[in-house]
Design a protein around this ligand. Structure first.
Ligand code: IMP
Ligand code: MG
Length: 184
């Protein structure tokens, strides 16, 4: 269970997430009428958002997943990106929507977009729950954004620190003592 002392600040509440997901789902439903939608979740952080967003979209779709290496246990992007698990589906001629938890430097997404583009989808767009544009290093186009957030390391609603806090239903910053190992 999450302890109160582990929380520094709650940035986005469950209620705010619920409203935003409904709004994004409505928009995507309108934009993808008559299209052959493939929803691609970037493991592991995007799955909570993806599950909620998919249920806010009322057109047929299929799911697929891709896993890409990013941070390990640290809070800084290494810049080294590789595929850990590839898609199961063929995306050629399909309308692909990548679902991300957060875009930070944009390096991960930039790499992913290059790979997927080479497989010739009919369209390729990106939906992210969170956007930290202050830290952008790669220029990437994001089509749907939930929330723009300041340059802070956040967890919850799919996002983790050292594998933890993904199941917390809101987005928050951690007590800095956690990074120093002072809080057990
Ligand atoms: P980027 O390549 O720097 O854009 O990093 C993207 C990935 O880094 C995300 O999909 C997350 O897995 C991770 N990440 C970036 N910022 C945060 C954060 O504030 N909290 C948790 N994970 C993060
Ligand atoms: Mg991720």
């Amino acid at each position: 269970m999450l302890k109160n002392k582990e929380i520094d600040e709650i940035l986005i509440t469950e209620e705010q997430i619920r409203e935003k997901v409904a709004e994004l789902g409505k928009k995507i439903t309108q934009d993808y009428q008559g299209k052959d939608l493939i929803f691609i979740g970037v493991l592991r952080g995007a799955i909570i958002f993806m599950a909620d967003l998919a249920r806010a979209i009322s057109i047929p779709m299929i799911f697929d997943f891709i896993a890409i290496s990013s941070y390990g246990a640290a809070t800084e992007s290494s810049g080294v990106v590789r595929i850990l698990k590839d898609l199961d589906e063929t995306i050629e001629g399909k309308d692909v929507l990548i679902v991300e938890d957060i875009i930070d430097t944009g390096l991960t997404l930039d790499y992913l977009l290059r790979i997927l583009k080479s497989r010739k989808p009919a369209s390729l767009k990106v939906c992210t729950l969170l956007n930290k544009s202050a830290r952008r290093k790669a220029k990437v186009k994001v089509n749907y954004t939930g929330f723009d957030i300041p340059d802070k390391f956040v967890v919850g609603y799919g996002l983790d620190y050292a594998g933890k806090f993904r199941n917390v239903p809101f987005v928050f910053t951690l007590n800095p003592k956690i990074y120093k190992g002072e809080l057990k």
